[in-house]
Design a protein around this ligand. Structure first.
Ligand code: ATP
Length: 298
């Protein structure tokens, strides 16, 4: 288990991370979210010991993280950092050996991962000859070649198409099944929603929302009612509990909480040509925008 307790870090007068605490259990996928400059990369760097924290405590399975256990950690950095003149195979051997692996084990693992990521044919190609997405796959392989106990993924999906996002997700889920603690950052809330159970949202280095995704949605309370049919927006806005109407290819009515759904239903039931009335949870994107917006304005 990764435990981050009351960790802070300043750069001069700027408090980049402010008294942050969270835990990531074995076999758990945890999202560290926030807008640009919120303190995500600083947090990751402190976790792996690349950056000294000002205060607080970080432990993996009860032990402080230092160079002795770096072979148990995998880190995909936001900046891509591959040696462009090396071949894929040479690059992965280089990182694998740094993590204390035998060359034979590295090569066996490499073949499996190249196959899973559908880039077998690039094994002996130079990194500089690969597309950006394929370079990212190689960097991902270097981060997981050692079957890490703790895997940190800083924006793992940036620049990847949906098919490759799915390939990454399959491998990440396999590691989760094996008990790896996985922590990742992303600006794309739909990715977070797809496969992360717990999360923390940072604003100016401080947690503004944290917990289980399901609980966060429950506490947020609001519901979205999706309607297709002839309804009058002005009439809907007059209904008690209706906060907002969003028009897409359907009408989305945001209500304060589920107790107000029946008010909207009573109105809609009397209208003509209704082909859809569906109550849905708010998206993480909506919660993120509202929470982060509120804290920014403070
Ligand atoms: P992004 O999503 O843009 O990568 P982030 O959430 O990872 O952002 P950090 O890179 O951790 O944010 O930065 C947090 C704050 O600390 C920002 O205001 C940033 O400008 C500042 N910062 C980061 N690194 C340094 C540094 N080496 N020296 C001074 N300030 C820094």
């Amino acid at each position: 288990m990764l435990k981050v307790e009351n960790v802070s870090k300043s750069y001069g007068n700027l408090k980049a991370v402010d008294n942050l605490s969270f835990e990531v259990a074995n076999g758990e996928i945890f999202g560290l979210l926030g807008v640009n400059g919120a303190g995500k990369t600083t947090t990751f760097r402190m976790i792996i010991g690349l950056l000294e924290k000002d205060s607080g405590k970080i432990t993996l399975d009860g032990k402080p993280i230092n160079y002795k256990i770096t072979d148990k950690i995998g880190f995909l950095t936001e900046e891509r950092s591959l040696l462009l003149k090396l071949t894929v195979k040479e690059q992965v051997i280089y990182y694998g050996v740094l993590k204390g692996m035998k060359e034979e084990d590295i090569l066996n693992k490499l073949d499996i991962l190249l196959d899973k990521l559908k880039i077998k044919e690039y094994k002996d190609k130079k990194i500089k000859e690969l597309s950006k997405g394929n370079q990212q796959k190689v960097q991902f392989i270097t981060a997981i070649i050692n079957d890490p106990k703790l895997l940190i993924l800083d924006e793992p999906f940036s620049g990847l198409d949906p098919i490759n996002v799915a390939l990454f997700m399959n491998i990440i889920n396999e590691l989760k099944e094996k008990g790896t603690s996985i922590i990742f950052s992303s600006h794309r809330m739909e990715h977070v929603e797809l496969f992360c159970e717990k999360l923390v949202i940072l604003v100016h280095g401080k947690s503004v929302l944290e917990g289980n995704l399901k609980d966060i949605k429950k506490q947020y309370g609001k519901k979205n009612i999706h309607i297709i049919g002839n309804v009058d927006k002005d009439e809907l806005l007059k209904i008690d509990g209706v906060e907002e109407i969003i028009e897409t290819n359907e009408i989305v009515v945001r209500v304060k909480n589920e107790n107000f759904v029946s008010n909207v239903f009573n109105y809609v039931a009397k209208q003509k040509n209704i082909t859809k009335f569906c109550v849905e949870e708010p998206t993480l994107n909506e919660i993120f925008i509202e929470k982060v917006g509120e804290e920014y304005e403070k």
